[in-house]
Design a protein around this ligand. Structure first.
Ligand code: SF4
Length: 275
């Protein structure tokens, strides 16, 4: 690349897509190290742990936007296509929106854009049936504000309490939003709370229970695995998101919710045909 820079080539080589691709691949995988004393330069091949995130990794010099993705048991390099289709019982089903992103763009980051595109076309659905990857608490609330009911299995809470029989997950705690207090299954009130941000920089609230309540609590094993004398603490979303998620999970778990969600099945056929 340095030789090219020094050269007097009659073409604008910096703009050539093959040169750009090569430059990006080299920058990702190699580093030039200069010896301070001698000025001697060496090229170092970067180990895997030093590579930039997969979202930035060029997989093919022939298509520099293609990205590697693994979803469940499927691996591929390329893109992700998001199809929206009507699902009325009494009308033929029509594809209303197609969106394509590099494969590493997560579905949850596409829901809002899809809704906006449908709104712009005047094709906003009253209900939007999606798979779990397109649902989170914030999207449920944002969709509601746009007049859309987002229907899909919200991803499960992954704390150990949700996977252990009789353990106390967040749904077993009563929340007084006005007082910003939480009551545990033993009837004890939280003693402190502090606002924090989650990894997407969205507001969450951490509440703490009292060490004196939790240390000798007869059901402590069902509640916390924190080392003594630490007490139980809980992370809560803002009220709107918390309630939207709780209600979406309850609806989806009901027989009626499951029946209603079957409407989404048609799009799987369309996706299969597309693939
Ligand atoms: S461990 Fe603490 S928070 Fe949990 S039930 Fe017992 S007293 Fe309540």
């Amino acid at each position: 690349m340095e030789r090219l820079q020094e050269s007097n080539l009659p073409v604008n080589w910096q703009q050539l897509s093959s040169v750009i691709a090569l430059q990006l691949v080299w920058q990702r995988h190699y580093e030039v190290i200069t010896d301070d004393a001698t000025g001697f330069q060496q090229v170092r091949f970067k180990p895997k742990q030093e590579l930039a995130k997969a979202t930035e990794g060029i997989e093919s010099p022939y298509d520099i936007e293609a990205r590697y993705r693994r979803r469940y048991e499927v691996n591929w390099t390329g893109y992700m296509v998001h199809l929206s289709e009507t699902c009325d019982d009494d009308a033929c089903h029509v594809i209303t929106q197609v969106m394509t992103t590099p494969a590493t763009v997560h579905e949850v980051n596409c829901t809002q854009e899809i809704h906006q595109a449908l709104m712009d076309k005047g094709l906003i659905p009253s209900e939007h049936f999606v798979d779990s990857a397109y649902v989170d608490a914030h999207l449920l609330v944002e969709a509601q504000a746009q007049g859309i009911t987002l229907v899909g299995p919200a991803r499960p809470n992954v704390t150990w309490q949700t996977k252990t029989e009789n353990a106390f997950d967040f749904t077993q705690f009563g929340v007084d939003w006005e007082q910003q207090k939480v009551v545990c299954p033993q009837g004890n009130q939280s003693i402190s709370g502090s606002p924090l941000s989650d990894r997407n920089n969205r507001p969450i609230f951490k509440v703490n229970f009292s060490r004196s309540d939790c240390t000798d609590c007869p059901v402590r094993a069902q509640c916390t695995r924190a080392k003594l004398p630490a007490a139980r603490s809980l992370l809560l979303m803002p009220q709107l998101q918390y309630e939207a998620l709780k209600s979406a999970r309850a609806i989806h778990a009901s027989a009626e919710g499951q029946q209603r969600y079957k409407r989404r099945a048609g799009i799987e056929g369309t996706l299969s045909q597309g693939v």
